[in-house]
Design a protein around this ligand. Sequence first.
Ligand code: ASP
Length: 318
Amino acid sequence: MRGKPPILLVHGGAGAWRAHRDRIEEVCKVLKDALITGYELFKSASAIEAAVEAVRVLEDSGLLNAGVGSVVDVRGEVTMDAGVMEGCSGRAGAVAATSYPKNPVVLAKLIMEKTNHILIAGRYADELARLWGLQKHPGPTQYVIKRYSELISKLRRGEIPNERFRKNYAVARQLLGLGHDTVGAVALDESGCLAAAVSTGGIMMKLPGRVGDSAIPGAGFYADRHASATATGVGETIIMTFLTLRAVTYVRQGLRADEAGRRAINEHTKLFGKGTAGLIIVDRNGFFDGVYNTEGMPWGYLAGDSKEAVVLGLPNPP
Ligand code: ASP
């Protein structure tokens, strides 16, 4: 696809969406809200502001696995990863395993702007969130608590093969329908600057301290002067292929964003199989796409020449 800048894309996570058909209407609505709210910012601000604002709306929705809606680890605690990157300045910021902020994407942006570092983890990231007056996370949603209790009971009853569960997240996701719904955005503003933002609660029932791709530039997010991409899926596999850097590199070498995204996902699938990853990507010439090897990946776009926000990538509602 191709659009006229400014262009904003969002996604709501690659995964086993067929089992979640009942949530499709709500998910479409929240993706459209995020696109419309983020797009407003192009009037007065640059690509990074639009991308971060769109992700902030998705974090606040409580509906997806990021910010308020984040899943929990095996102890039942929320720990989140997020990252941002601006192509024109080459700056990036990220947080890993943070539990304090309601909006980890905002913390990632502040780390980019206010520090000399790229990635801050754990309680030190929490301290910065407090210092900079960010809102506190309200704790897991009722929906997440209910799913956690069900899973713990199943584990106790031996209904989930424990070893397999811990060692192979891809299998666990298929087995339990876990871990999709990470959120991300990519943006191209009228000055030609590209940006990426991503946020996640990670993988449900992850081991404490686990950090996924969303905190790692080049894995879960990447932007340079040519293209910008954010990824979703099994973080352990996305880190191994450096999926977003790979896709953006193909654009730098001459492919269009849609071709580059497809090539990167095809290579990822060859290495790790289906059901493992998806990405959204936009290039400086206005080409963009959402590509995935999972059952679905709700993603949407709004461009200078679109009549309205468009959402694609979901199985049909029941
Ligand atoms: N990529 C995320 C992670 O592994 C999960 C997701 O995309 O749903 O932390």
